[in-house]
Design a binder for this molecule. Structure first.
Ligand SMILES: Cc1cc2nc3c(=O)[nH]c(=O)nc-3n(C[C@H](O)[C@H](O)[C@H](O)COP(=O)(O)OP(=O)(O)OC[C@H]3O[C@@H](n4cnc5c(N)ncnc54)[C@H](O)[C@@H]3O)c2cc1C
Length: 296
């Protein structure tokens, strides 16, 4: 039988220290909840299977900040996508993250949904994931007993919706290394509609433009594998090339070898392969335009 709301314990700590103490005591009995936009959907879908307690992170002001440090931008785990979308620091340094934030749901969702929740949920369709993969972000995890550890974003997922997060830890922030001058980044997504849609495929590209050639290329895709993935062989082919739509076609064979999309309720594997190349075309066209010349 479904638990009534009165039977569910709901913790509302005001400091990270307090939250970590509750997390250490309750472990997996209390599910962390940031904006609740995923957690509440799960609860509605399966009220009998929900946890006995929730640990709300919403009141932790210290996890909401977006701050410039000496060599990185630090984004608190409970910063919302609305905050990300209007951050001048991110607009200047990680415009792809601003674009991804604007693609998440609609205004109501952007006002509650947090970047930490998006990442811990671990859906391969999570819009912030490809951008964090190309930055590349460091994921900062903290527990009461063992202190803080930093996990490279590429090592955070161990499988489909599986992460290295332990049951006494909270994700507290992301550290995105400041990109070198001349860096361009962009995010593209294909869904069923232009807005309010979960991705069929999405991609992020970050590269430094030196003259008219690409350097330090980082390319990541979502919804084409069990977790978000970087495409190292395609990145190597793009390195030192001039961005153009034709370049996307030239590397499409390797790109298709590196992704492994499936058929599911949102799309087919064949369409995802087609769209993945189309997204790279768009990204390279925009990158070329940013450089002040028309794409080939
Ligand atoms: C109508 C609708 C539209 C949506 N559209 C999109 C979309 O376009 N793109 C997209 O990517 N997503 C979309 N989502 C999914 C959802 O909004 C995002 O995944 C969101 O970022 C989750 O953040 P949250 O703060 O609400 O997470 P919550 O629901 O609070 O938590 C999600 C998971 O993360 C864990 N968690 C949260 N924060 C922490 C933390 N700091 N430390 C440890 N664990 C933590 C929770 O325990 C839970 O397992 C949509 C959801 C809805 C309902």
């Amino acid at each position: 039988m479904a638990r009534s709301l009165a039977e569910i314990r709901f913790y509302t700590p005001k400091t990270l220290e307090e939250a970590l103490a509750i997390r250490a005591a309750e472990r997996s009995d209390a599910m962390p909840m940031a904006g609740g936009t995923d957690v509440m959907v799960w609860r509605r879908a399966a009220p009998d299977e929900g946890p006995a307690a929730y640990l709300s992170l919403w009141g932790l002001r210290e996890l909401k900040q977006i701050t410039k440090r000496q060599s990185c931008i630090e984004i608190g785990a409970t910063a919302t996508f609305a905050q990300l979308a209007r951050s001048p620091l991110l607009r200047e340094n990680f415009p792809a993250l601003v674009e991804a934030a604007r693609h998440v749901g609609a205004a109501q969702i952007q006002n509650r949904a947090t970047i930490g929740g998006n990442v811990v949920n671990g859906s391969p369709a999570g819009d912030s994931l490809p951008v964090l993969a190309v930055a590349p972000a460091m994921v900062v995890l903290t527990s009461k007993g063992r202190g803080t550890r930093r996990v490279p974003f590429g090592a955070f997922y161990t499988g489909y919706r599986q992460t290295v997060l332990e049951d006494d830890e909270l994700l507290v922030s992301f550290e995105l290394p400041l990109p070198p001058p001349g860096t361009w980044s962009g995010f593209e997504k294909v869904g069923s509609r232009r807005a309010q849609t979960i991705s069929k495929v999405m991609a992020a590209l970050q590269a430094r433009l030196d003259g008219d050639t690409l350097h330090g290329v980082a390319l990541a895709y979502g919804s084409v594998a069990p977790t978000v993935i970087r495409l190292p062989r395609t990145e190597a082919l793009l390195e030192g090339c001039s961005p153009s739509e034709r370049l996307a076609d030239d590397v499409s064979g390797t790109l298709n070898q590196e992704i492994a999309p499936i058929d599911d309720l949102r799309s087919t594997a064949a369409y995802r392969r087609f769209a993945a190349v189309g997204l790279l075309r768009r990204l390279l066209r925009r990158c070329a335009a940013a450089q002040g010349r028309a794409a080939a």
